[in-house]
Ligand binder design. Sequence first.
Ligand SMILES: *[C@@H]1O[C@H](CO)[C@@H](O)[C@H](O)[C@H]1NC(C)=O
Ligand SMILES: *[C@@H]1O[C@H](CO)[C@@H](O)[C@H](O)[C@H]1NC(C)=O
Ligand SMILES: *[C@@H]1O[C@H](CO)[C@@H](O)[C@H](O)[C@H]1NC(C)=O
Length: 317
Amino acid sequence: MHLFSKLAFIAPASAMLRFSCSTLVTDRIDPGGNALNTTMDPDNELPDIATCTSCQFTEDFSNYWTAVMFFKARNGTYKRVPTFANEYLEPANGGITMYYIAPYDGKPKGFRMILGDPGRRTDIQDHDARGLSFRCWGENFTNSIGAPGTNQDTRDFPKQPFKGGIRANHFFPTCWDGVNLDSPDHKSHVAYPESGSFESGGPCPASHPVKIPQILYEVAWDTRQFNDPNEWPEDGSQPFVFSMGDGTGYGTHGDYVFGWKGDALQRAMDQNCQVNCPTLKMQSTQSANKCTVKRKVEDDIDGWLTELPGDISGKGE
Ligand SMILES: *[C@@H]1O[C@H](CO)[C@@H](O)[C@H](O)[C@H]1NC(C)=O
Ligand SMILES: *[C@@H]1O[C@H](CO)[C@@H](O)[C@H](O)[C@H]1NC(C)=O
Ligand SMILES: *[C@@H]1O[C@H](CO)[C@@H](O)[C@H](O)[C@H]1NC(C)=O
């Protein structure tokens, strides 16, 4: 129930699938089928090469990637910020909360896209910015009312400590050119509605006429252990930094590779599935947690580090 009241703004009458995907690996964070590779071959169908998935729905072998967040203490060392289970979801091994919100007209096998720009450090009001924001949570998810991107959500990292962690919101574009599964910048084959928004039923531009589901990643960053004001910068700035060296938050980004088996996603959208979805096969969070891949780069990423361990954002390139 809470779920609906909370998301009523987004999708009053639409099918909306919400589920968790545990962390698959943290050298390129991120949940999804274990067919994740340093170089992703677009000819590979993920469901054909993955043997497990860290998502609750086991026909979902998609890959969902975001940057990794670090805390920079006053003495200049870094500690990785863990992720934690989102509201109303079973404690998973960190990871991500996925939403797919209908309508769904396309069947984008092999489809992929990128939202955001890892190199961005300023507030540029373009389409990327439109989909990306941060929410400060109070203790026990208070302040979770209001769709992501609304309320006091900011485009850059929040400037003060708060009790319940940070939610990073990533709303992907919802209009597709209907032809290209990818594009050189991984963006130009998709677009946002021409006017209005997905939520308001805004029309897709003629160049990108095919509606695809609203894909939303929520990453729940557990910053609660980093709230000591004595460890925050003395100049009033904030201490969090993404793995690609971004201390502003404007470089937040997400990468998506479609990997649903057969027509599973279409069935779920057609049947107006929500958190429970009889048409989809489901696994417990415990088994989802067991699906992991070995890290490609064996550097220490969990102690106090003197420098950021390279770009471990998992751009897949
Ligand atoms: C990952 O890529 C390497 C090199 O292209 C390849 O040998 C390996 O089979 C791939 N693994 C998977 C799971 O696709
Ligand atoms: C830096 O600060 C952190 C947080 O207080 C502490 O745990 C760590 O030991 C310190 N590292 C060094 C090298 O002083
Ligand atoms: C949060 O949950 C804990 C454990 O149930 C409880 O002790 C605490 O009072 C709650 N805080 C708020 C603000 O609801």
